[in-house]
Write a protein that binds this ligand. Structure first.
Ligand SMILES: Nc1ncnc2c1ncn2[C@@H]1O[C@H](COP(=O)(O)OP(=O)(O)OP(=O)(O)O)[C@@H](O)[C@H]1O
Ligand SMILES: [Mg+2]
Length: 350
C-alpha cells in the first residue's frame, strides 16, 4: 500500500491495514479528489497516477457518492485512453467513508478487473453453443432415419440399410460424448491428482496396438523407432489417449499404402514423442487453429471420417497437464508431423 504525502491522519484507524489485504484495487480520495491511499494494484493497472485518480468515470462516480452518501456499484469499461494499453472491464463499488453524509468527504473505491472472468465465461459459452450444435447433427439424423424406417416398414432391405446408418450416427454420438468427457476430465484434473512414473514404451505399444486395425484396413504401415526406456511423470491412460488421437489422425488423413512413423528421443531434459505421416497435410493458415475444439480443416471430409474435431484439443490439454507442449509441422500433399515435448519425470531426481 503506498501512501500519498497528504496527512494520513484523516483516514479512519485501521483502514490502511484492511485495504492492504484486499486483492482488488482500492483507492481512498479526499474531499478535493486527491488520492489519500491507493493499493499497489490500483497503481499497477493505471487507475492512479501520483495523487490523482485518472479515470474520469470513476471520479464522477466518487463525486456523486460524496454528494448523496449512497453506495454505488456497477461495471465500467475503461478504454485505452484512460488506461495504458487495452480496454478493460472493471466491477466497481464506491462508498462514502465516515459517519455523517458529506462529512469528511472521504470516498472509498474498490475496483476489480473482470477481464479474466469475462474470458472464461466466453470460452464456456462458446463451448456450450458449439457442443449443442455438434450434438444436434447426429441426433437430428437419428430422428430422420427412425422416421424413414417407419415409412419403409414393408421393405426389409431398406430397413436394414437405414438401421446401419442409424448405428453409424449412434457411434458418432458415442465418440463425441466420450471425447467431451475426456476433455472435461483433463481440465478438472489440473494439476494432475497423483502422477505416476509412465514408461513411454508401453504408451507407444498400447496406442499402436489400438490403432493397428484401422491402419491395416487402409494398408497403412505403423512403425516405431527411436530411444527406448524413456519415462515421464503423469497418467498413462491420458498419454495413450493423446497418442492414439495423433495416430488416428495420421491414418485418417493419409492415402492408402503410406507409412506412419512414431518416434521417441531425449532432448536435454525433455522427451520428444512424434507421429509423422505421409498424408494430405495441413494448409499453413489452419495450422494454429487445428488445436481448437471442433475446428476441422475440411468439415465435409470430417463428416465422412466421423471426426468431431475434439481430438487435437484433447492432445493439447493432455500435454499441458503433463507440463509439456505439442507442435506441428506440415506440408500440403506431403505429410504432417506432430510432436509432444514432455519433461522427463519432472519433480523426481534421477
Ligand atoms: N495428421 C493430419 N493430417 C492432416 N490433417 C490433420 C491431421 N491431424 C489433424 N488434421 C486436421 O485437423 C483437424 C482437427 O483434428 P482433430 O483430431 O482435432 O479432429 P478430427 O480428426 O476432425 O475429429 P476427432 O475429434 O474425431 O479426432 C482435422 O479435422 C483435420 O482437418
Ligand atoms: Mg482426430
Amino acid at each position: 500500500m503506498s501512501v500519498s504525502s497528504t496527512a494520513q491522519a484523516n483516514l479512519p484507524a485501521g483502514l490502511s491495514a484492511v485495504l492492504g489485504v484486499l486483492s482488488s484495487s482500492a483507492v481512498v480520495i479526499d474531499s478535493d479528489d486527491r488520492v489519500l491511499q491507493a493499493s499497489e494494484a490500483a497503481r499497477e493497472v493505471g487507475l492512479v497516477k501520483d495523487d490523482d485518480l485518472i479515470v474520469g468515470e470513476l471520479l464522477a462516480l466518487a463525486r456523486q457518492v460524496r454528494r448523496d452518501g449512497e453506495i454505488r456499484e456497477g461495471e465500467i469499461e475503461i478504454s485505452a485512453s484512460g488506461l495504458a494499453g487495452r480496454t478493460t472491464s472493471f466491477a466497481v463499488r464506491v462508498a462514502p467513508l465516515g459517519s455523517e453524509v458529506g462529512g469528511g468527504g472521504l470516498v472509498l473505491l474498490l475496483v476489480e478487473d473482470q477481464t479474466e472472468r469475462r474470458r472464461v465465461e466466453e470460452v464456456r459459452r462458446d463451448f456450450v453453443a458449439n457442443t449443442s450444435h455438434e450434438l444436434k447433427t447426429p441426433v437430428g439424423a437419428l430422428a430422420l432415419l427412425a422416421e424413414t424406417i417407419e415409412d419403409a416398414a414393408d421393405d426389409p432391405e431398406a430397413v436394414r440399410r437405414f438401421a446401419g446408418r442409424m448405428r453409424q450416427e449412434a457411434n458418432r454420438l458415442t465418440n463425441l460424448v466420450q471425447d467431451m468427457i475426456t476433455l472435461s476430465r483433463i481440465q478438472a484434473a489440473e494439476p494432475m491428482p497423483d502422477p505416476a512414473r509412465v514408461e513411454l514404451d508401453s504408451v507407444v505399444a498400447e496406442a499402436l496396438d489400438r490403432g493397428r486395425m484401422k491402419a491395416t484396413a487402409r494398408g497403412i504401415e505403423l512403425a516405431y523407432t527411436g530411444t527406448r526406456r524413456l519415462a515421464v511423470l503423469g497418467d498413462e491412460e491420458l498419454l495413450v489417449t493423446a497418442l492414439r488421437n495423433l495416430l488416428d489422425n495420421a491414418v485418417a488423413y493419409s492415402p492408402e499404402k503410406t507409412r506412419v512413423l512414431v518416434s521417441t528421443c531425449l532432448d536435454g531434459n525433455m522427451v520428444e514423442l512424434s507421429v509423422a505421416d505421409q498424408g494430405i497435410g495441413i494448409p499453413e493458415r489452419d495450422l494454429e487453429r487445428i488445436f481448437e475444439r471442433f475446428y476441422r480443416v475440411d468439415p465435409a471430409r470430417s463428416r465422412v471420417t466421423g471426426g468431431t474435431g475434439l481430438g487435437l484439443a484433447i492432445v493439447k490439454h493432455v500435454t499441458a497437464a503433463h507440463g509439456g507442449k505439442v507442435t506441428v509441422t506440415s506440408k500440403e500433399g506431403a505429410g504432417s508431423t506432430f510432436t509432444l515435448r514432455l519433461p522427463v519425470r519432472p519433480g523426481v531426481p534421477s
